[in-house]
Design a protein around this ligand. Structure first.
Ligand SMILES: O=c1ccn([C@@H]2O[C@H](COP(=O)(O)O)[C@@H](O)[C@H]2O)c(=O)[nH]1
Length: 606
């Protein structure tokens, strides 16, 4: 763990079970290679994970079984370790490559910006060579002008100890907000491609492993499963998903299962599979291959748990390589000045653990306190304005106490700036926010308004029920598990606040996941947390007339990411606006503006 990271706390543990094939899985790490310095549940770092994987490989060898290490993308954006350097990721690519990863693929965050996609092609792919799979992703080489596969489309390999043959793919969901140096082919089109069909016709592996930056319950995962199953009735198919930032496991059928392993290096996914027979020519005819048994654990990424699962301790656990990686991270963090204190947060501010609107909500804070102060222009200061940001732009909680340079990137990882349309009739402008939040048919399918929300909402909306609030209103609904089809309840602080069950007092609050396999997936017993839904966007009203609160016209200011939704919402509200009417508000990023606000307003002692 990093110097100064919170010490892990002892808790009741569930064991890992081993099978013929065993997997360690990370996804959506978003640069959190230093771990969570403020949260004991997740305070181990990438160096500890390197040590852990080394021990688990040795154990696999001793047992005569196999271990495969997987990462399913979104390795970048969301932590100072990646975002604070120039160029971005100056240290993280070298740190990340220290883990031996057998299969990896790209997430969408590797592709938002052209320079990140270049680095993916020129650094990550060569770092991992044939282990990097890009089944539906191409890269446009600037030097040659030629569109080439980002990496190989699939990989076939034999496992070290049991000699099982694996065919593996690496998919990205149908993402369309990539920079123009990559092309993401829709999954539904890719699985119809000749190369994919040829693999299915010609290869007869013992098991298919589908890695993907795709939610397990997104339609893309189902489509891949059906395409493989159509031609391989009895083959085990294992999915390793990501993107929606949740812990989840899904049973596709009695020979096909998947795991999704959370976000931000909070979780190391563990999956083990038994019942994989060597495939014979007659299998498909006779249907002789029985069910596979699948077991999963979501390992909280802290040293208490990693020691427990390896049977080691403080002196025997760190390997020279793992220790070296922790030191690399420390040096990088120091040289980037990530612990530099901008101010002192006077209270906790939550993404989803507090009701919106409300005192503890990050979004109430941003719309009431921050936006009115930071979205100001001298030449338009007397014009009333509406200022809109999407909620997904604020990604992580703020804990009471020191707010560091690192925290600015954890909370506001994007380089978004503000744009505006001047002098919009208020009667038109005021309808934009409700339209976006109600997500009506105004928006085409490609403009799903959930893309404005925090990624967790994608899973939550589908698999959790938003129930009425305790006070009978439907404001600030919270999620309650709906049944075995569900995904998760994330994240931990130190106190357990819940209406869903009686917490065990000494347990830290954290993940209490329910998935298709039941409620025993988390490796550590935690007390549950209530999670509240947040709207897609929030809005500040600034400079409105005091008498009736209804100006004639307003400047409609919005964060640039929301523009594709703002324009159709305006049109639907009777405003004949297009992209041509949009002007840049100023040239400062939201991240910079909030950092400056914190410097001025949170200048207490802590
Ligand atoms: O410039 C951006 C890019 C993304 N967002 C928000 O992030 C999520 C997607 O996050 P993943 O980690 O890829 O799941 C998207 O839905 C937006 O809400 C943003 O605000 N600005």
């Amino acid at each position: 763990a990093q110097p100064g990271a919170a010490q892990p706390v002892a808790a009741p543990m569930r064991e890992l079970s081993w099978g013929q094939l065993n997997f360690l899985h990370t996804t959506d790490s978003h640069g959190w290679l230093g771990g969570h310095l403020q949260e004991p549940q997740y305070s181990a770092d990438w160096g500890d994970y390197v040590s852990f994987a080394e021990h688990m490989r040795r154990k696999a060898d001793e047992k005569g079984v196999d271990l495969i290490v997987i990462d399913t993308g979104d390795r970048v954006e969301g932590n100072g370790l990646y975002d604070a350097s120039s160029p971005k990721g100056l240290f993280t690519y070298d740190i990340f490559r220290e883990q031996t990863i057998d299969v990896l693929c790209s997430g969408n965050h590797e592709l938002y910006k052209a320079d990140a996609a270049d680095r993916e092609h020129n650094t990550t792919v060569p770092n991992f060579k044939e282990n990097y799979i890009a089944s539906n992703l191409d890269y446009l080489d600037d030097n040659t002008g030629v569109l080439v596969p980002m990496a190989q489309r699939y990989r076939k390999f034999r496992t070290k100890n049991l000699g099982l043959e694996i065919v593996t793919f690496g998919f990205l969901f149908n993402f369309d907000k990539n920079a123009n140096n990559t092309v993401v082919q829709r999954v539904e089109d890719t699985i119809r491609e000749e190369w994919f069909q040829k693999v299915l016709r010609e290869e007869k592996p013992d098991v298919f492993v589908v890695t993907g930056h795709v939610g397990l319950r997104m339609p893309e995962s189902r489509a891949i499963f059906e395409a493989i199953r159509k031609q391989h009735w009895f083959a085990p198919i294992l999915f390793f998903g990501g993107h929606v930032h949740v812990r989840d496991a899904r049973r596709f059928d009695d020979k096909s299962y998947g795991i999704a392993s959370g976000r931000y290096m909070e979780t190391i996914g563990w999956a083990s599979v038994d019942g994989i027979g060597k495939r014979t020519e007659d299998d498909e005819v006779a249907g002789v291959r029985g069910s596979v048994s699948f077991s999963r654990r979501y390992i909280d990424n802290n040293l208490y748990g990693l020691y427990h699962h390896t049977g080691l301790n403080e002196s025997t656990f760190p390997t020279p390589r793992g220790q070296g990686v922790s030191e690399m991270i420390d040096r990088a963090r120091v040289s980037l000045g990530l612990d530099y204190k901008l101010g002192c947060a006077p209270r906790d501010l939550w993404v989803s653990r507090a009701k919106y609107p409300g005192e503890g909500s990050m979004y109430t804070w941003i719309e009431n306190e921050v936006l009115p102060d930071v979205v100001v222009r001298q030449d338009r200061k007397d014009k009333p304005r509406l200022i809109i940001t999407n909620t997904g732009a604020l990604r992580f909680d703020i804990f009471k106490g020191p707010f560091t340079k690192d925290n600015t990137y954890l909370v506001f990882p994007f380089t978004s700036k503000f744009r505006y349309i001047p002098d919009v009739p208020y009667q038109v402008a005021k309808k934009v926010l409700p339209l976006i939040n109600r997500a009506g048919p105004v928006f085409q399918a490609s403009l799903d308004t959930q893309f404005l929300n925090v990624p967790e909402a994608m899973a939550s909306k589908k698999y959790f029920v938003a129930t009425d609030d305790e006070d009978g209103s439907d404001e600030g609904s919270f999620f309650e598990l709906k049944g075995p089809e569900s995904a998760q309840r994330p994240l931990g602080g130190v106190e357990a606040e819940t209406a869903m069950s009686v917490p065990t007092p000494q347990l830290l609050a954290g993940y209490t996941t329910e998935d298709d396999m039941g409620t025993d997936g988390d490796d550590t017993e935690r007390s549950p947390i209530k999670m509240y839904a947040v709207p897609n966007c929030v809005q500040a009203e600034v400079g409105f007339p005091e008498e009736d609160g209804r100006p004639d016209k307003v400047d409609l200011v919005f964060i640039d990411f929301t523009q594709p939704w703002i324009i159709p919402a305006l049109k639907f509200s009777g405003g004949d606006y297009s992209d041509a009417d949009v002007e840049q508000w100023d040239h400062e990023t939201l991240t910079y503006k909030v950092g400056e606000w914190i410097r001025k307003n949170w200048d207490g002692d802590c």
